[in-house]
Ligand binder design. Structure first.
Ligand SMILES: [Zn+2]
Length: 67
C-alpha cells in the first residue's frame, strides 16, 4: 500500500523529480543519481572502510554499478 500524502507535498515532490531528470546523451535513458557505498580496504592497517559517493547511473554504466 502506498501511503497517502497530501496533494501539495506530492506535487512538490513530482516537480522536484521532474526538474532533476536528465537524460543521457549516449543511451537516452534517464540518469538516476544514486548513493553508492563502496568498501575500501586499507592494506596498511588491514581495515575496511565504507565510502559513500553519489553516482549517476544510466544504461551505460548500470551493469558496472549493480554487479
Ligand atoms: Zn547512458
Amino acid at each position: 500500500m502506498v501511503k497517502r500524502v497530501s496533494r501539495g507535498f506530492a506535487e512538490k515532490a513530482a516537480k522536484a523529480l521532474k526538474d532533476n531528470k536528465k537524460h543521457c546523451a549516449v543511451c537516452g535513458e534517464v540518469i538516476e543519481l544514486v548513493k553508492h557505498v563502496v568498501t575500501v580496504t586499507d592494506p596498511a592497517t588491514d581495515s575496511i572502510r565504507f565510502r559513500e559517493k553519489m553516482v549517476s547511473i544510466c544504461g551505460c554504466n548500470r551493469n558496472e554499478i549493480y554487479k
